[in-house]
Design a protein around this ligand. Structure first.
Ligand SMILES: Cc1cc2nc3c(=O)[nH]c(=O)nc-3n(C[C@H](O)[C@H](O)[C@H](O)COP(=O)(O)OP(=O)(O)OC[C@H]3O[C@@H](n4cnc5c(N)ncnc54)[C@H](O)[C@@H]3O)c2cc1C
Length: 446
């Protein structure tokens, strides 16, 4: 029977990136995915490689880390990415006024450069309406624009897997891991319908299913699943992205245009504990279409389909702001007394490469192999990346402290925003520099 150094369970973006990193380090690697690679949570995302603007409100280090790694993703997967300008229109009844919103964007500018983003723009109501002619004019006081990277998530996964294969990995699809092979407190492989597969190490990269896979070894992962639905329109209904405060205040949704369609969403509601059973509810559809119709005239009467997924968020707290979107490597040997088994949990598509690096580093230690990560030095097509700019990573000790102290994490974020707000008023650089759609679009054209 063939034996692997590493078997990875799950072929979403996390597993695919991990297979690539493991294979690039010379580990004999197998990835096992029960469905279409990337077809679960990854496909249900908003399709953005983004820094997580809203985490600046309560988890600044996550924004930092995500932007830092998004920079690497831009360099290794640039062919798959399209710069997407996103307008955040501000109305006189919104929870946050234009100055507060711009302060947030000023803070975000610092991280944007890490992912080749541009400095934000502040635009007048007239310019916003010129840019998005169907936008509701009543009460509009102006807006800000920022940019993120649009990606086809399935292509991102496929290209990672192609790269992994070129470096020697094997990929098995349509194969569910039914259980882990356990021998005397150690994981020694996996069992699929096709039989047993031996491995020195099994990496659990099953996204929202990590808890279920970990349970096969008697381990528990603290996970809170949050369901997110998007409405899909089979045509572009907006010329640029939009970030809209939901009609039921306090939440924001995107309208994201791509070649031949538009995504509107996501929602963010409790998903129960079985990610295989999540479905879009009529309440979600009603709430998304209500907001989209409120802001946009000319929206088609009905959406064409919906997509839904469960965010794999680590933690158990009830208040979302006390949960971190950071990722974590769980070493089940030191944590649960089960050797040969690692889990990579949490995170986002936008830091999948860093997640892969972290768990592959841990795998290298377990296997006694010292090869270092080259995943950001080579594009997914196998070309050298060349010059990699050096941006500071979040301070590791702060990350460790904040992991278990969510209130402190939130205070840290708010302290930066308060300082930013003072600076904003002192500098008074309210830059309504762009007064027409063509000027705005040419700013965002590379
Ligand atoms: C609504 C929504 C919007 C989002 N938007 C964004 C965004 O715009 N940008 C961003 O960066 N992040 C976004 N995220 C987060 C991001 O999508 C996820 O963090 C990421 O896709 C998770 O990838 P994954 O590989 O860990 O999980 P998945 O993509 O779910 O992959 C896990 C895989 O494991 C497989 N699997 C599970 N159990 C088994 C088993 N027993 N045997 C074999 N295979 C198994 C599953 O079939 C699945 O394919 C969003 C999430 C949601 C829900």
């Amino acid at each position: 029977m063939e034996k692997y150094d590493v078997v990875i369970v799950g072929g979403g973006v996390t597993g695919a990136g991990t297979a690539r990193d493991c294979a690039m380090r010379g580990f004999k690697t197998l990835l096992v995915e029960r469905g279409r690679p990337g077809g679960a949570t990854t496909a249900a995302s908003t399709h953005l490689i983004h820094g997580g603007l809203r985490y600046l409100l309560y988890d600044r280090l996550t924004t930092h880390m995500t932007c830092w790694d998004s920079g690497h993703i831009v360099r290794i997967a640039g062919d798959l990415l399209t710069r997407l300008p996103i307008l955040w229109p501000v109305y006189d009844w919104h929870s946050h006024g234009l100055e507060t919103v711009e302060t947030l964007l000023e803070s975000y500018d610092y991280f944007q450069r890490m992912k080749s983003g541009k400095a934000h723009l502040r635009v007048s109501a007239r310019a916003a309406l010129d840019l998005v002619p169907g936008l509701k004019p009543e009460g509009l006081v102006g807006g800000v624009l920022f940019d993120e990277w649009w990606v086809d998530p399935l292509k991102l996964v496929d290209k990672n897997l192609d790269s992994a294969r070129r470096h020697g990995a094997r990929v098995e699809t349509g194969a569910a891991v039914e259980r882990l092979v356990l021998e005397g407190g150690a994981v020694r492989g996996i069992l699929t319908r096709g039989g047993e597969i031996k491995a020195d190490l099994v990496i659990n990269a099953a996204g929202p299913w990590v808890g279920r896979v970990a349970a096969m070894a008697g381990a528990e992962i603290p996970l809170r699943l949050r369901k997110g639905t998007h409405l899909v329109y089979n045509r572009r209904v907006v010329p640029v992205g939009l970030l809209l405060e939901a009609v039921e205040k306090g939440r924001y949704i995107f309208a994201v245009p791509f070649d031949d369609g538009t995504l509107v969403g996501p929602t963010d509601v409790d998903a129960g504990d079985d990610p295989s059973k999540i479905e879009t509810s009529s309440d979600e559809v009603e709430s998304l279409s209500k907001t989209a119709r409120f802001y946009l005239s000319g929206l088609p009467e009905r959406h064409d389909s919906t997509i839904v997924g469960a965010r794999p968020i680590l933690g158990r707290g009830k208040d979302e702001r006390l949960l971190s979107r950071q990722y974590e490597v769980f070493d089940h040997e030191s944590r649960d007394g089960v050797s040969g088994f690692l889990t990579i949990g949490g995170g986002k598509m936008s830091d999948f490469r860093a997640m892969a690096e972290a768990v592959t580093d841990a795998a290298g230690v377990k296997l006694g192999r010292t090869a270092s990560c080259r995943a950001s030095a080579e594009t997914l097509d196998g070309r050298p990346v060349g010059n990699i700019p050096e941006f500071p990573k979040p301070v590791a000790v702060l990350k460790r402290i904040f992991r278990t102290r969510p209130r402190l994490r939130q205070m840290h974020a708010l302290a930066y925003l308060a300082a930013g707000y003072l600076r904003h008023w002192r500098i008074k650089k309210h830059r309504e520099v762009m007064d027409s759609a063509s000027n705005i679009l040419s700013y965002y054209r590379d």
